[in-house]
Design a binder for this molecule. Structure first.
Ligand code: B12
Length: 538
């Protein structure tokens, strides 16, 4: 059977779909992945239509995060206009809104897709489409959707029981860096990525110089804003881990591509691995991979010994979620039971290990007060330097405890999360100041960090000027400095990173320069609201 997997994400980093495709292939089916970066057009391009017709899939799978809901709804309509192929939707948005998604797809996958999709392909092959599948994780509607006649949302939904999450992650074929079954729609044509690596480098994050992987699934925290707090209800609380051997199998293949100069481990909490795992990882990684790498850490799990083991293996960047400098906000609003004192201790360790620290903060939270925002600026100014900071706009994803609270309190537009890009943050005085905390002298921060009532025009002027300069010059310079420092000031490693990454560095600098967040996505959405208003109807 032939499976066509589609992503409408704007970049080419697709972990989940690569896993699904690899597993379908290993189970004797055929599979292709097609990336349609941000496709939100009224009509289907002839190149895409020809591609689907030539491949003639038995099943089309669409993967979506919430931000891709409108593009997925639109593209499903376009498929229905031309083809009769059954469509399954999967991904995080489907897990949080299965019933809504089933208005558009024939099937939705309520959970992990690797084995589920194979069971569905087997079912379609053996019993045909008219027999309703009874497959764990697959929700289905007895009557076929017909988008041209309106959606059949009145029809009873058959919810099949959930499949247990994959406990043995090692049993899944590892994802590849650039599989030969991966295609992209670019300038009205479809290209095979492996045959056109320059295109993969164009669409992949960090120009494809970074291979992204996950070594665990799940998280040890239950933060009120995070999808993990919802996923725990589906997958359970246990964090599932891959073995070092299995991770190395993936990385050894990736290492063969000279374009890859960094490894980016995307786990929510990499430090959940035992010290023994870390030691084994260090030995194997140094021997076979020996590239700088990035991990994410929860402040309370940052163990000194593990950190130094990883440092010996080549750890370069550590991304740590702090979210707020106010314990009140972290505890009472985010349900994140981490005192700022633990953050300070973790930051001190990172500073001793001379890794490059990047701290993630959540802003634009309607529950915050000016006082808690100022507290955050104060707290962040106390952390060991150097570090860089990234701010994300608080998005209320349905299903999360915080979204439920905000809906009850009536302070959030329940549809906003479908078009909110976290990098588009509000340009408020205190957000600008927070962004500058790692880069400007502390006495200036102290001088500027004051409530609106006591601010004078000079404060706003100074903050605006400094923020302009910091974004365009000091922040990029700091990135360069912390990277170089984390690489032990090695000229070889630094020049490889700088030259290898020049394109993504330039793009980041330009987007900082223009200060527009994800401008392109917003423009596309605005245009679609005019040309296809029906797409946005409930
Ligand atoms: C790695 C990661 C990324 C990577 C790669 C994403 C990818 N598509 O692979 C990158 C860096 C690109 C990324 C970007 C963003 N991310 Co992100 N990301 C993650 C993270 C940490 C892990 C995802 C992952 O690899 N999981 C492991 C794989 C195996 O699982 P999976 O992707 O869920 O896929 C499985 C199932 O969902 C299902 N499935 C998936 N697709 C399909 C399709 C079909 C047909 C079927 C049947 C099944 C199926 O089967 C898969 C295999 O088991 C999650 C957190 C989390 N815990 O999920 C956040 C998360 C998914 N990201 C999130 C967000 C908000 C974003 C951004 C919008 C914002 C940002 N942080 O910048 C951007 C948007 C990207 C875009 N659209 O352009 C949110 C999404 C919430 C939501 N409701 O949409 C999450 C959940 C984190 C959170 N804040 O709660 N992200």
């Amino acid at each position: 059977m032939k499976l066509l997997l589609i992503s409408l994400q704007s970049n080419a980093n697709l972990t989940g779909l690569k896993y699904i495709a690899a597993n379908a292939l290993a189970s004797g089916h055929d599979s292709l992945i097609l990336l349609l970066p941000g496709y939100l057009e009224k009509d289907m391009s002839p190149a895409i239509e020809d591609f689907i017709r030539d491949y003639n899939p038995d099943l089309i799978g669409i993967s979506l995060m919430s931000i891709e809901f409108y593009p997925a709804k639109n593209f499903t309509r376009l498929i229905r206009e031309k083809f009769k192929t059954p469509i399954i939707w999967g991904g995080i948005h489907v897990i949080i809104q299965p019933e809504e998604c089933l208005k558009y797809a024939d099937y939705v996958c309520y959970g992990e897709g690797e084995r589920t999709v194979v069971s569905l392909l087997d079912h379609l092959r053996d019993k045909g489409r008219d027999v309703l599948p009874e497959i764990p994780n697959i929700w289905v509607k007895p009557v076929r959707n017909d988008v041209s006649n309106g959606v059949n949302d009145k029809v009873r939904i058959l919810k099949r029981p959930e499949a247990p999450p994959e406990m043995d992650l090692d049993s899944l074929p590892p994802q590849e860096y650039l599989p030969d079954y991966y295609y992209v729609y670019h300038k009205d044509k479809i290209y095979n990525f492996a045959k056109n690596p320059h295109l993969f480098h164009k669409y992949a994050l960090y120009s494809g110089t970074c291979h992204m992987l996950i070594t665990t699934r799940g998280c040890s925290l239950y933060c009120g804003y995070c999808a993990n707090s919802f996923l725990m209800n589906v997958y359970g609380k246990k964090v599932r881990a891959r073995s070092v051997k299995n991770v190395m199998e993936e990385l050894k293949e990736v290492r063969k591509d000279p374009h890859v100069i960094y490894i980016n481990i995307e786990d929510d909490c990499f430090f959940i691995h035992s010290r023994e795992w870390m030691r084994k990882f260090r030995d194997e990684y140094k021997k076979h991979i020996d590239l700088p790498f990035i991990v994410r850490v929860i402040p309370t799990t940052l163990d000194r010994e593990k950190l130094f083991i990883l440092k010996e293996a080549g750890l370069s960047w550590v991304i740590m979620g702090i979210q707020s400098g106010s314990d009140r906000v972290n505890f009472d609003i985010y349900n994140r039971k981490i005192h700022f004192s633990s953050v300070m201790a973790a930051a001190e360790l990172l500073s001793k290990a001379k890794v490059a620290p990047s701290y993630e903060m959540i802003v634009d939270n309607p529950y915050e007060t000016e006082e808690t925002e100022m507290e955050t600026v104060n707290a962040m100014a106390k952390l060991n330097r150097p570090y860089v900071i990234s701010l994300a706009h608080l998005t209320f994803f349905p299903g999360t405890p915080l979204a439920e609270r905000a809906t009850k309190d009536n302070i959030v537009d329940p549809e906003a999360y479908l078009s909110t890009y976290p990098c588009n943050i509000d340009k408020t005085y205190l957000n600008k100041l927070l962004f500058m905390t790692p880069y400007i002298p502390r006495f200036i921060i102290k001088y500027l960090n004051r409530p609106a009532a006591s601010r004078r025009p000079i404060h706003s002027l100074l903050t605006n000027c400094l923020s302009f300069i910091v974004k365009r010059t000091i922040e990029p310079a700091m990135y360069f400095f912390v990277t170089t420092r984390s690489l032990g000031y090695s000229i070889k490693l630094t020049s490889r990173t700088v030259f290898g990454n020049w394109r993504s560095a330039l793009i980041k600098w330009l987007s900082n320069y223009l200060d527009k967040g994800d401008y392109e996505y917003h423009q596309r959405l605005l245009k679609a609201r005019k040309t296809m208003p029906e797409l946005f109807d409930k």
